[in-house]
Ligand binder design. Structure first.
Ligand code: SF4
Ligand code: SF4
Ligand code: SF4
Length: 319
């Protein structure tokens, strides 16, 4: 058990014992290697289930709306804290009922990438040792460079600790406000044909299972546009054209709301990397509105606010 895990458990135990929260939401070891599961704890004697490591890729903010009547404590790495704050700003959560327990994060491992590397062989154990990822199975053991398997959004993450926290456990990582979107600039230097090939390769694998939507903290519409059939916004096949439209519309729906957690890519069974789409939209929102989601309780998201001086170049003006 790491020092951080031990502090998380102690904090959770104190909050439950003192009656400051009814429920602690954190991570516990999942059934498979590299898979942490959400963990709901109400009894202080259960806090030893709590873990925090490279496998904690889900955004726990997703689960808070299910418990509106409870006083909740949520173990929050940077993007979880941002998810909570953004949902409060969108009036989906009542901050008075929520204690954000901020923890520092070192990034999470992209499990699909590891599975693609290992192929058909069954992974039985995964360990991180210094800068290596040790993957073991029945008849094999591989040592992989850790950095190659860290989720892409974690590499550009500049809020590894939550920007707003009620309690801080461990040493908070300072936020870096500089983000020059080098990953996007580098992708945009490709030719249109190369860019199209990249997206075709990725989106052709999509089986439209919607795990990406289910994992996303800001995808909470009671009736998603995908499921509507009156009107039918687009076809429901897994053909490349329908897949393109689905992912483009979803990216626009989370514009100014996405908290760059990478959970949508982490849970994708086909290992599709949606991060570039999310990052491009994040860049547009940052440049246009100077807004980042989930960092302030006061600033309304640009898509939920209107100013008369907003640019309206999409309007057709008469001569
Ligand atoms: S984006 Fe990655 S590095 Fe940043 S807080 Fe989330 S999991 Fe951690
Ligand atoms: S989780 Fe992956 S396969 Fe499923 S709909 Fe999303 S992108 Fe497609
Ligand atoms: S779109 Fe993906 S990266 Fe953005 S908040 Fe949702 S799950 Fe996280």
């Amino acid at each position: 058990m790491s020092d951080l895990e031990s502090s998380i458990r102690e904090t959770a135990k104190n909050l439950l014992t003192e009656g400051k929260v009814d429920l602690i939401l954190g991570y516990e070891k999942g059934a498979l290697p590299l898979r942490a599961a959400p963990c709901f704890i109400t009894d202080p004697t259960d806090v030893d289930r709590l873990v925090f490591d490279y496998s904690c890729d889900l955004n726990l903010a997703k689960f808070l709306r299910e418990h509106p009547e409870k006083k909740l404590g949520i173990i929050s790495k940077g993007c979880v804290g941002r998810g909570v704050i953004h949902l409060v700003v969108e009036n989906q959560l009542n901050k008075e009922n929520i204690t954000i327990i901020g923890i520092p994060c070192q990034g999470v491992i992209n499990r699909s990438r590891v599975i693609r590397k290992i192929g058909e062989r069954e992974i039985l154990e995964v360990k991180v040792e210094n800068d290596k990822l040790l993957v073991k199975g029945k008849d094999f053991e591989e040592s992989l460079p850790l950095d190659d398997y860290i989720n892409n959004l974690c590499k550009t993450c500049h809020y590894k600790s939550p920007p707003v926290a009620d309690i801080t456990v461990g040493e908070a990582t300072a936020s870096s406000l500089q983000d020059n979107f080098e990953d996007i600039t580098s992708f945009e230097s490709k030719t249109p044909g190369e860019k199209m090939e990249y997206f075709k390769d990725e989106l052709n694998r999509c089986i439209r299972c919607y795990a990406c939507r289910e994992a996303c903290p800001v995808c909470y519409c009671s009736l998603c546009f995908i499921d509507q059939n009156k009107p039918v916004w687009f076809g429901k096949t897994a053909d490349i054209t329908d897949n393109f439209i689905f992912h483009m519309i979803r990216a626009l729906h989370v514009a100014g709301r996405c908290v760059s957690c990478g959970a949508c890519s982490s849970v994708c069974p086909m290992g599709i990397d949606l991060n570039l789409l999310n990052r491009k939209v994040e860049q547009i929102v940052k440049e246009r509105y100077n807004f980042e989601s989930g960092i302030s309780l006061e600033t309304p998201p640009p898509m939920g606010a209107h100013k008369f001086e907003d640019g309206q170049e999409f309007m057709i003006e008469e001569d």
